[in-house]
Design a protein around this ligand. Sequence first.
Ligand code: BJW
Ligand code: ZN
Length: 272
Amino acid sequence: MAMTSESGRLDFQSKLRSSRKITVLTGAGVSAESGIATFRRAGGFWRRYQAQDLASPEAWARDPGLVWEFYNHRRTASCNAMPNPAHRAIATLEARWRKAGGTFTLLTQNIDDLHEQAGSQSIVHLHGSIWHVRCVACGEVTPNRNIPITPAFAGSGSPDPAFRARHFAETDLPHCACGGVLRPHVVWFGEALESKHLIAAADAVNGCDVMLVVGTSAVVHPAAGFVTLAKRHGTNIAEVNIEASAVNDVCDWFFEGKAGDMLPLLLDIEPA
Ligand code: BJW
Ligand code: ZN
């Protein structure tokens, strides 16, 4: 749909103000202004790889050291990043709605914790967390903020295609107390999202008055499917993005621009 006009913005804000239940879906674009790379297009390259090609069980099976190097680099970027005005505007909206007795859920595809740092509370991390690891042998999930992930990865992870890559041996990888190799606790292509997250997302969509879709290309399922599901439930949907996403045609409003510029203005309202 075409970019929403000024009167459309007022229409959106009026609808939002009278909403009891709000659900927000975010993607990599919401963290872009915090310096965290997106997945697709030009911004999604790490060395000669497209980011989503490393976020796969096939890449892990082929070369877990390379995958850990990629995540080690992203952990460093996430550690150095700060929430931006978009994260803060979403957190403020939640606080206002909670105080007024409304319901608010943030569904994020992002594995960083910038939403939490901004103060968001009701968050569903659909694709996992960069700050957790999981044992491939016993399945135990543990928080882990080590940078580098093991001493062998010190100084590794440069995204520069000219970087002289080295091969990491099995002994260089992080290990669980049981002896199994640890992997990032994230959801790769072909892997199932945690059922508790799918249930929470379905609950958030069910009966929601307004859904806000921010900074996602909306090509990855099931996350993108929650937008079309909301539409089928009769929810009004607003998109904030620098370009139209794959779900743009089901949106009632399209606010074209950077999330950090648009959200503080759009969400500067109190519940009715
Ligand atoms: C700005 C901005 C600014 C920039 N301001 N905006 C139905 C149909 C078709 C396919 C499928 C389907 N159901 C399942 C599939 C298969 C697959 C899939 O979706 N494939 C499609 C790509 C074709 N899905 C899966 O495999 C999922 N699993 C599954 O369905 O399992 C079923 C199963 C059941 C039972 C047993 C076994 C299996 C899993 C999907 C996992 C996705 N994982 C990743 C990696 C996570 C870990 C990590 O981060 O490393 O998730 S891939 C990657 O894509 C990552 C992201 O969360 C996700 C979405 O990307 P996102 O956030 O949209 O980023 P970009 O880069 O694409 O877009 C950025 C946007 O921001 C752009 O629009 C910009 O314009 C915008 N932007 N700057 C505002 N400043
Ligand atoms: Zn283990």
